[in-house]
Structure formats: structure tokens, C-alpha cells
Design a protein around this ligand. Sequence first.
Ligand code: GLY
Length: 526
Amino acid sequence: MVVTAHPLASEVGIEVLKKGGNAADAAVAVQFALAVVYPSAGNIGGGGFFLFRSAKGSCSSLDFREKAPSKAHRNMYLDSNDQVIENLSLYSHLAVGVPGTVDGMVEIHKKHGKLPWKDLLEPAIKLAEHGFLLTTKESKNLNRFNKTKASNSYNPYFKKKYKQGDTIFLPDLAKTLKAIRDFKRDGFYKGVVAENLIDEMSKNNGLISQEDLNNYKSVWRDPIFGTYKNYKVISMGPPSSGGVLLLQMLKMAEYSSLDQLKFHSKEAIHLISEIEKRSFSDRAKYFGDPDFYTVPTTDLLDTNYIKNRLQSIDKNMATPSKEIFAGEWDSNESDETTHYSIVDQYGNATSVTTTLNGAFGSGIIVKNAGFLLNNEMDDFSVKPGHPNLYGLIGGEANSIQPNKRMLSSMTPTILEKNGDLFMVVGTPGGSTIITAVFQTILNVIEFNKSILTSVNAPRFHHQWIPDQIKLEKEFSLDTNLVNELKSLNHQLKFVNSMNRVDAILIKNKTLFGGADKRGDDYVSYF
Ligand code: GLY
């Protein structure tokens, strides 16, 4: 089964499985297909995280997160008065981190792949060369970003008003994909494509150099493991904050008997929001690239620490965020992303979240190479206390340094029950990724919902700062609930939609797909 953000990408994945490929092969083919049919987040100019659980239960995770260019520096987004220059870390050539996706896909294939590399590129090349039809949502998406991000005149996405059924042809992108097909890593980080990318940078004050491209390396890292009730949770460690925060939240949920509370009741929303708030205050202080900063993972997941954090929750009143600080312990040592979940016929599973950061990334396309560049540099703390695109703040741990990876919230996750594969889950978003994965797991395990209901249930989110619960608009219809939450001193902010969770649940050896109705997300299976 393959669940992705786009029906065409799900079909590409399932065809790879039908040919005898495994979940890793399908993931690679899906990644390249999404770069064509889902340009707002599918990418070759961005990065992400790959989590793999083999049929026998061994796990690995690949960090193909972008890196700061070697000429990047701490104050690169500040003016002479130390003020943040608006939009520089988001919509300029300086916003772009060194892309990791292509190196990541090559590494995944090298370690886990079964089918020939070229076969995994062909479907994406065909889609780019022969064109594909826009869905209603995709045409709206493109039109929405038409004005704000049309940052270079040769950008094929922002040229006209689109409608459902329009065909998009991407010949430059097809050329680039062919170079990757023929030369793997060198097809992107060297040769014509690299020259185009460097040209794009040097003509527009960007920083990425050929040396940065040569030096980019994705990294196999140990996944984060933890338990939640009788489930084993496997997720992504730093430089994502996702796995550790998810485990903290699940543990707090476990110790507070959440299953005694009614689904989406005042008490449940209050408790979950207070849990989320406390974890996010830790994120702001303790998380960064583990190659540059020691993230105190063990301390953050320590049982006593988590129980202490939980004790500070008042069941009858929201704790103001200004009264919550990152925890302390005694220690001797110092919207837009996309997710896909795959389970193959051999029992292997992959959970992959990948991103350009904001929708369509920086909006900058590489001339003659046809692919969008990320604006991931904004995920660094550009100045202590200054909120990023998602309102997240950070400090020293996530400051900009040359060749460092920016902190992420992406949370590709796999759960086991009694040693067997139980759930594959993840979602796009920014800070809301972690809480959406958290709530999807709670919906299944604590509240006994089906995977489809769990994925599509309205969501809410608290990230400590700003001090508010963000809720999807469906909650506003329940005026009693709204008044009750306000009576606990919660500030509420209603939003149209948050996240697009794509998940697979395994029960009695049967796969159940959960594709999020908020997008074009789609389950393919055979
Ligand atoms: N760019 C969103 C994230 O990595 O958290």
C-alpha cells in the first residue's frame, strides 16, 4: 500500500511494488514523482527524512536535510542595527539551503533498493515530459502562489491562471531527472545541472557554491526509539525535533490516563494542549543539529523529568506560556512539506517526510533545470527569539553556522505492537507536524478510532509560543466546547485546515489506508 499527497504519485509507488520493488524502491520513485506532480512540496531541491523498518524489524533512518552553505553566517539575515530583514530567509536566493534530496535518494537505493535505479526515475520523467493533468486543489494551489512568489520570469508554475484539467509540461525538469537517472548523484551535484544551480546563485547573490554541492552528504542516523503503553515507537531523531517531542508527548499522555477522557472533550483538549505547550518550550532551547550541538535526548525522555513536567499541569486552568520554561535537570554533561507512507508485499515499511519548507519553497526555480529551490534556511533561528515561518523561536542550539543543518519538526514515525508492524504515519506542516502525528496516534490508540477517522478528525495545536490553541474551524461550531475552553483561560485561534496526515494501519495482517481528505491524498494498493 502506498499513501501519498497525490494520486499520480501513489500510482507510481504501487507500480514499482507490482514490479517486485520494495518499500524503499517505491519511496524513491514516489519522491521523484512528487517533485513533478506536487511542486509545492515534492522536490529535488529540498530535503527530508526517511525512516525504514524491514520485515524482520530492523530499523534505519536517513537524514537528507539541507545544510547551510559554507559561506552562511550567524547574522546573515540582520541589518546593521541587528534587525531581521523581512523575508530574506524566506524569499531570496539567500534562503536556500544546500539540497539533500538527490543524495538521499541515491543512499536509500544503495542501502535498501532492489530494482534498477533507472526504473525508479522513468515514471517521473514521463510525467514531466508528457505532461499531467492538474487536480482542482492543485490548480488552486498554483494560482494562490502566483503573485506572491513569482520570483523569476522563467518559472513555469506561476505563468498563468490554472484550472482543473489543465496539462502541465515540464521539459527542463525532465532533462534534470534524466541527468539524475543517468549519473545518479553526479547528475545533480555535478555537470550541467550543478552549473545551472551555481549560475542561478551567483547571478542573484546566493551563497551555494560547487564546493557546497560536492560536500553535501546525507547521514544514516540511529532512529529514536521509545515505548508508549505496549507499543514501540520508532521516529526521527535530531536534526528533527519531531521524534523526541512526539515521545515526550506520548509519555505524558500515557502517565495521565488520557483514555479515561472523552474524545475532543474540554478536558482532553485542555490536557493535550498543556502537554504540547511544555514539549515545545523544550524544543526552543534544546534542539539543533546534533553534528554541532549535543541534544540532551536522554534527559528529555527521562521518566522522572517527564513526570515532573506533567505535574505542573493544572487540570482546571491553562498555564500561561510565559510561566512555562524549558525544563531543567541535574546533568553531568554539559506549510509546507509532504509525507508518504508505504508498506510493501514483503512486510517492509517506509515513512518519509520531505520538504521545500514553505509552499513552493523560495519560489525560485533554477533556470534551464526546471526545479524549485527550498527556503529551508528560515528553519534556523535567524535571531534568538525571532519567530520563523511557523512562529517557532529558538536560540543558540539552532543558530546559523556554515554547513550546519537547520532544526526540523518533521516526524516520520512507525509503531510496532507486540513486535509486529502496527502503524506508519506522518504529515506535512511545520510545527503542527508533531502535534498532528501525536493526535493521530492518540485517536487510534486512546480513542479507538479507525485510521481513516483518525486522519480526518479535526485537529488542534499548541506550540507554547504564541500562547494559543490553534483549532481547525470545525471546532468553532461547538459553542459549548469553545466557551468551556475559554473558561480555562485558553486563547483560541481558528484556522481552515492543518496538516495532511497519510498513514497505514496494520491489523490482523490487513493494511488499512488513511489518506487525508484535506488534500488530494490517495491510497493505492494491490
Ligand atoms: N520545514 C519544516 C520543518 O522541517 O519542520
